[in-house]
Design a protein around this ligand. Structure first.
Ligand code: GLY
Length: 342
């Protein structure tokens, strides 16, 4: 079948991650988001499922904050996912610890780090944001707080994750490497893909959430970037929102999601801002950056979306009211190579 020029343009834009929300121009050139109904974007292929869980909230003119929480909760319960939530791989001691954060575009935010036996850390993060004067609770204190808020304590480590850990124990070799070919092979030590989800709602408000089991076989007590506001997640209604996936230490070193938003504040597009943050990672640790994967995803207040990675392989999922190719996975460009649509 012949590809129409419109279809060709759409796919080209999707391939570069440069597609913006359809804009409804009002008198005076105001851009309306209400007509478009918002947009949600999520990291990796499992982002499709997260977006599907988040979209109904946006579609009924709900809040971006509720949408990203719904999307993150879906990923936390996804029984196929060895890098997030319930099916995550444990640390080197065989203990599954989870990290998560949530941020509203008005600046309110919360996070939990290294929490055990609680299925939905993103909702605990939201409770930290809404019910405490703090931003981040960790480990036993985070769990105690969760239980006090009515979250059930339950063992989460799956048989498959325990088996993968026992297999890893045979060598106990720990070398975080780049995640060029993302896999879900049991025992794959490169498997550290975070669910980062960003939404713009019909009221023009932004929010984001981030949730992960962190890097498999990490040291017990290690906390990555995902629960740290500014590292794994940042959102500002005036500018945009950003999230990260990959080796969290690089995001923490560079306050990377905050950096992406600040680069957008300086006038860069989401894609340019993500690239700028990747360049900073390379600049700071050029040798290390060759062997680590770092990925950024951003949306600005107009609904424009962009991403960039250190290495090829990073994909993100996008969902909005427009029918057609918007549900597809989109390949991010990378500093050390091209992008591949999976
Ligand atoms: N980006 C997830 C982690 O490093 O834990």
């Amino acid at each position: 079948m012949m590809t129409s020029r419109r279809q060709f343009l759409q796919s080209s834009l999707l391939a570069t991650g440069a597609l913006a929300l359809p804009r409804t121009m009002l008198a005076g050139g105001t851009v309306s988001r209400r007509a478009a109904g918002g947009r949600v974007v999520s990291t990796w292929d499992f982002g499709v499922g997260a977006n599907a869980a988040a979209w109904p909230v946006l579609a009924r003119n709900g809040a971006a904050l509720d949408a990203v929480e719904a999307g993150a909760r879906w990923a936390e319960s996804d029984l196929c996912n060895s890098t997030v939530g319930h099916c995550g791989y444990p640390d080197r001691d065989g203990v599954l610890t989870l990290d998560a954060s949530i941020m509203n575009g008005d600046g309110s935010c919360g996070g939990v780090g290294a929490i055990e036996d609680i299925e939905h850390p993103v909702s605990v993060a939201r409770a930290v944001m809404e019910k405490t004067p703090h931003v981040l609770l960790v480990a036993h204190g985070a769990q105690e707080f969760a239980i006090s808020q009515g979250f059930a304590k339950k063992p989460l480590l799956t048989d498959e994750a325990r088996k993968a850990w026992r297999e890893w124990l045979k060598t106990s070799e720990y070398k975080p490497k780049m995640n060029v070919e993302r896999t879900r092979i049991p025992g794959d030590e490169h498997n550290h893909d975070t669910l980062g989800i960003l939404a713009l709602d019909a009221h023009g408000k932004l929010a984001g959430a981030c949730t992960t089991s962190g890097m498999a076989w990490k040291m017990h007590g290690r906390v990555g970037d995902s629960p740290i506001i500014g590292a794994g997640l940042y959102a500002d209604n005036e500018i945009g929102a950003a999230t990260a996936s990959g080796v969290g230490e690089e995001m923490i070193r560079n306050s990377a999601s905050f950096l992406v938003v600040e680069l957008m504040r300086q006038g860069r597009t989401p894609r340019e801002a993500c690239r700028g943050a990747i360049e900073r990672v390379v600049q700071k640790r050029p040798a290390a950056s060759k062997n680590l994967q770092v990925c950024f995803l951003a949306i600005n207040r107009h609904g424009e979306v962009g991403a960039y990675a250190l290495h090829p392989g990073f994909v993100y999922a996008m969902h909005d009211a427009t029918p057609g190719p918007h549900d597809k996975l989109i390949a991010a460009e990378s500093i050390y190579g091209g992008g591949v649509v999976r």
